[in-house]
Design a protein around this ligand. Structure first.
Ligand SMILES: Nc1ncnc2c1ncn2[C@@H]1O[C@H](COP(=O)(O)OP(=O)(O)O)[C@@H](O)[C@H]1O
Ligand SMILES: [Mg+2]
Length: 242
């Protein structure tokens, strides 16, 4: 199977300190690779290092066979990597229509048009004149996904897209993720909940203290979720006196 994104030996962090310690991860074309891990494990740092928003210290970030590690975000985007950032990052004072026009402005002969994303996300079409700060959390998330699609990605990085959403909206986001993969997109999905990752992913990896400590087909995790669940549970303090 073709590899859409290959990360290998990736070291990254802040101010010279390391957060990622030689991360390796692969996203096959048309597949959903989930990434789970405790708060602070380095998931967002990894997403940013892949997208060119954070310059890694060393390692490989290969998109369609070309190493783009250390390239600026606009070059990585042009190579086909889209990002739906954690917390959505919608502009409060721009309308939905303005967000979409901004996102679409650079691309010619696009796979995704504004018309196309509005067919996929009809709710946004009813909100075109609403400002970012007038949207619900779910609408903001749909807008963040629409905006990323308009950059014509082959690989889409989604950083906790269901965070803070009601369960029915989170389920809609998972439905979208599945549909996009079926349409041929390759997805790296950072997900808080293991049960949700199991529902949509082809593979599930666990990041812990900046290292991938587990990576297996979802069927394996479904058959034995407790192994991964135990990697995600908060460390219990030792009893007094031990
Ligand atoms: N901009 C930053 N500057 C310094 N440290 C950061 C920055 N962003 C994240 N960190 C630190 O890097 C570690 C990993 O954070 P992050 O990648 O956000 O984890 P996750 O997304 O898995 O919750 C944490 O210890 C966090 O405090
Ligand atoms: Mg994060």
């Amino acid at each position: 199977m073709a590899v859409a994104l290959r990360v290998d030996g990736l070291y990254a962090g802040y101010h010279g300190g390391r957060v990622l310690h030689g991360v390796g991860l692969t996203v096959e074309a048309g597949q959903v690779q989930a990434l789970v891990g405790r708060n602070g494990a380095g998931k967002t740092t990894l997403v940013h290092a892949i997208a060119g928003l954070l310059r890694p210290y060393s390692g490989v970030v290969e998109i369609g066979g070309t190493d783009l590690a250390g390239r600026p975000a606009h070059q990585v985007a042009r190579a086909g990597v889209g990002i739906v950032p954690q917390g959505r990052r919608v502009f409060p004072s721009l309308t939905v229509a303005e967000h979409l026009k901004l996102a679409a402005r650079h691309q010619e002969g696009p796979m995704w048009t504004i018309k196309g994303v509005l067919e996929l996300l009809p709710r946004l079409g009813e909100r075109l004149d609403h400002r970012g700060d007038q949207l619900s959390g779910g609408e903001q998330q749909m807008l963040a996904i629409a905006r990323a699609l308009l950059t014509q990605p082959r690989v889409l990085l989604l950083d906790e897209p269901s965070e803070g959403l009601a369960l029915d909206l989170a389920a809609r986001v998972r439905g979208l993720v599945t549909g996009l993969a079926q349409a041929g997109l390759s997805l790296l999905l950072v997900e808080q909940r293991l049960d949700h990752a199991i529902e949509v992913a082809d593979r599930i990896a666990v990041l812990d203290y900046g290292r991938v400590i587990f990576d297996a087909p979802t069927a394996q995790v479904r058959a034995d979720p407790t192994t991964v669940q135990s990697m995600l549970s908060i460390d219990q303090p030792l009893p007094q006196g031990s």
